[in-house]
Design a protein around this ligand. Sequence first.
Ligand code: ADP
Length: 667
Amino acid sequence: MADKKNDIKFPPVGGGKNGKGTRNNSYWFYLLIFAVIVGINFFPSAPDPLSTTWETVKNTMLEKGDVAKLTLCRLEYKVDVYLKEDRVENYPDLVARGFKNKSTGPHYSYKVASTEASEANIDQAQADIPGAKDVTRDYDDDKSWWENGLVQLLLMTAIFIGFWLFIMRRVNRGAGGGPGGVFSVGKSKAKLFDRESNVKITFKDVAGLAEAKQEVEEIVSFLKSPGKYTRLGGKIPKGALLVGPPGTGKTLMAKAMAGEANVPFFSMSGSDFVEMFVGVGASRVRDLFKQAKEKAPCIVFIDEIDAIGRARGKNPNMGANDERENTLNQLLTEMDGFETNSGVIIIGATNRADILDSALLRAGRFDRQIYVDLPELKDREEIFKVHLRPLKLGTDVEYAFLAKQTPGFSGADIANVSNEAALIAARKDKECVTKQDFLDAIDRIVGGLENRSKVIKMNEKKAIAYHEAGHATVSWLLEHAHPLLKVTIVPRGKALGAAWYLPRERQITTREQLLDDMCSVLGGRAAEELVFGQVSTGDQNDLEKATKQAYAMVSIFGMSEKVGMLSYYDSSGQSDFHFTKPYSEKTAELIDAEVKELVTSAYTRAKKILGEHQEQHRQVAELLIEREVIFSDDLEHILGKRPWLEEEEVAKHPETEQPDATDDVQS
Ligand code: ADP
């Protein structure tokens, strides 16, 4: 989820001028070419002259006094005849060709054996014929150039050359992503942020993550005063790998590091190395390191490093990606190649450290791995503080309350909630952002947009209500189920209804907790079967969840007695379990049987609970049909207080409790 407020846009260094100007120019260029082509082809030029003879000209046209001008074209041995403007239409053959009065000539032309003889003829005629006296005479030796088409040819050639150059320039720019064109394809695409770009993200902008920050601060201090460490013979680490789920602030941390150390910061994503041309990745790695060394001390940040750093050659016969491997090899070589104390520190970020090549992770390359985990309660409070700083808050907004409402949210999610809340408040024309706006924003981010216009038939609504009431009732009566916040049958996103829980932040989960979770997940289907005697497709999501959980319990957590304390999970991602299972067919059958047994017994248990509390279940469902949204205190009213409620949970804010995790239903 992108953060709208804190995402400072960095101007790329040394670029940014290819904006509007070029584009406008290119439009002019297109227009010009178009105009020239249209001009040449379609401009209404005069029709070609009709050919005639000197005798006809003399005896008819000159005799009648119709001729205005005679032009002698000496190079072509011909004479062009221009008639007077108002006489053209007296000649039917001219009219037939398309000439009109006032049409510019030449109208006729005739061939001559020599221009001298022809001039003599004209002199003679002018002396003899009165109508020929005022005929003007001129010479047009150049015209033939144009008429020969030489100029047109040159013009067209020039236009084509211009056009070709223009296209080449554009292609180059497109492919190379900058000046230098196609030839710069092997250059690194890293963005450089340095002192001039005025990036000022500091550790103050990174909330929580105390341990990670501490490690990173140490790196900053290496960069600031390397002497302090090298004095005693120590070596400055070459790289650190930030590992953690998306949106937890890895990029932010790296930027803050650069801001604090006040050194240049090259930022690039793993996928930027990859291009369709062979060898480009490796060449970009080389270029990146070359640039970095020139700017040392500096930080090179490679986001999503798993795009290139994935373990090599695991499936050689499956057409392994050679290009990616070459890129990785180059990266390994470069990281080995530069001097330890050259002042270039590589920071990688990934959420899949398990799939990275072990060569990349060995000491001497990424010496340190820094875990950036999803924020805990206290950290979330800190992150809210950072992101609520620019907002105008109502008096009822408490950071601690918001943090409690958002278990499992990443820093980016929190940034998104803050922004969304501000937008919701603005939509309602409020003066400040209130608690309710935050709760609405959380609902919206977790469950999707409310979809009140969806048409739901009454009998469907009833089925959904009983289904949701089933979840709610069963989970209310189970010791280890997550505390319920509210139940709704207002469609949201793809879900037609949902029971919302506030998941406990467990570090470890016991078998009993898993079984109770599974039981409450199956409560919806159990309710439908008990009440209506039939089940529907709406349970697919629940069944999927329960099945996955059961498989995990049996084959990963070793929680089945029959299968035993075995885990078939490979956290290193190095084996090819996808193709060959690490257990025999017999064990596979046993796993299947155990999974089935687990799910069935959870289902039977859910049915039993609902059977014993049939009346209360009905009341919950009917209330839900009536109100569409009911809260935990409504359930308490019907089912009684939960004896296992934990100290600091829901009860504190019963009237406004809002959801964090949904149990999707009937999508
Ligand atoms: P990633 O771990 O995927 O690289 P980012 O660093 O890009 O995540 O985080 C995205 C956004 O989430 C940041 O721009 C920031 O606004 C917000 N964010 C994440 N973690 C924190 C944090 N610890 N403190 C403050 N903001 C955070």
